[in-house]
Write a protein that binds this ligand. Structure first.
Ligand SMILES: Nc1ncnc2c1ncn2[C@@H]1O[C@H](COP(=O)(O)OP(=O)(O)O)[C@@H](O)[C@H]1O
Ligand SMILES: [Mg+2]
Length: 315
């Protein structure tokens, strides 16, 4: 488990992270979402022990990072944002090199190599030069190096950024598979890249946490109206006025008049009240001929955008 308590990190005058709190539970894949410069990399580097916090506490499996950084680093695998690799090296030699740096020795050495090659799907490229591998494979190699010591926790900083859609799907599958056994925290500045992979989302904006929950929780907690477009023929002024008078909970935002009482109505109502059946009955009674009725659900992307827009705040 990772527990972050009132964590702040300043670089001189730059307040990169401002008293944030969140936890990541074992067996969970957490998406850490925020625009560029929001404070994601800084937070991840503090958790791994590469950066000292300015104030606050971070516990990894109940150990404080300030007191047990060495032990914690054994339990964490970290894939940095710009995953640096030696392009001229052969994949297998590179993995051997990383295992040696990690001081994995004896029987464990061969086992570790076999394990990461299998876990990261690298068997087809082990004899290839790293520079000759696709971006997707380079990311797998980065993952393999982050996992060579078999950590229980994986922190992945923008692991799918820059990959093409097919590669994103492949890495996503791999991360999901790894997430069955490990606690995984993935950062991203693009919601769509991680939404399908993660169990829960924490959104950081200008160094502050502005949302924390599952996709469902974030969407249901967001107060807003449902918009509905209704297109119908034979909608005369009189029936439209009757509709407005008899349905006070439905706001007629706008009407577009096409030819001969053919109209498009833009309606809005509180999201927990779905009046479509009622609208349909009214239409039948009034002789309206409905050709389209489509509600527009609030999407998580809109919530993310409204929480993180420039100048926006978490007030
Ligand atoms: N070494 C540093 N020195 C000074 N400012 C930094 C440093 N690293 C990051 N920052 C600033 O801290 C803020 C958060 O950066 P970062 O954690 O990299 O955000 P993210 O990973 O979400 O893009 C930004 O304003 C960035 O410019
Ligand atoms: Mg970053």
């Amino acid at each position: 488990m990772i527990k972050v308590e009132k964590l702040s990190k300043y670089y001189g005058d730059v307040k990169a992270v401002k008293s944030i709190d969140f936890t990541v539970n074992d067996g969970e894949i957490l998406g850490f979402l925020g625009a560029n410069g929001a404070g994601k990399t800084t937070t991840l580097k503090v958790i791994t022990g590469y950066l000292m916090p300015t104030s606050g506490n971070v516990y990894v499996n109940d150990m404080n990072i300030l007191e047990h950084s060495h032990e914690i680093q054994k339990q964490i695998g970290y894939l940095a944002e710009l995953n640096p690799l030696y392009n001229e090296m052969i994949v297998y030699d590179f993995l051997e090199f990383i295992a040696k740096i990690r001081r994995i020795e004896g029987a464990a050495y061969k086992k570790a190599l076999v394990r990461v090659i299998d876990q990261c799907g690298l068997s087809g490229v082990v004899h290839r030069q790293i520079g000759a591998c696709s971006k997707g494979y380079k990311q797998r190699i980065g993952l393999a190096t982050a996992m060579i010591h078999d950590p229980a926790i994986l922190l992945l900083d923008e692991p799918v950024t820059g990959l093409d859609p097919n590669q994103i799907v492949e890495i996503r599958e791999l991360i999901k598979e790894l997430g069955k056994e490990k606690l995984v925290m993935i950062s991203s500045h693009i919601l769509q890249e991680i939404q399908a992979t993660v169990d829960r989302i924490v959104i950081i904006h200008k160094g502050e946490i502005v949302a924390d929950g599952t996709s469902q929780e974030l969407m249901s907690g967001f107060v807003g109206n449902t918009q509905l477009t209704l297109e119908a023929h034979k909608v005369n002024d009189e029936s439209l006025q009757t509709f407005a008078a008899t349905h006070p909970a439905i706001n007629v935002v706008k009407t577009e008049d096409l030819k001969n009482d053919h109209r498009i109505l833009h309606l809005e109502y509180a999201k927990e009240k779905d009046p479509r059946t009622e609208i349909f009955k009214f239409a039948v009674d009034s002789g309206w001929v409905i050709t389209e009725m489509s509600p527009h659900q609030i999407e998580l992307e809109n919530i993310f955008r409204s929480l993180t827009k420039e100048g926006g705040s978490n007030a």
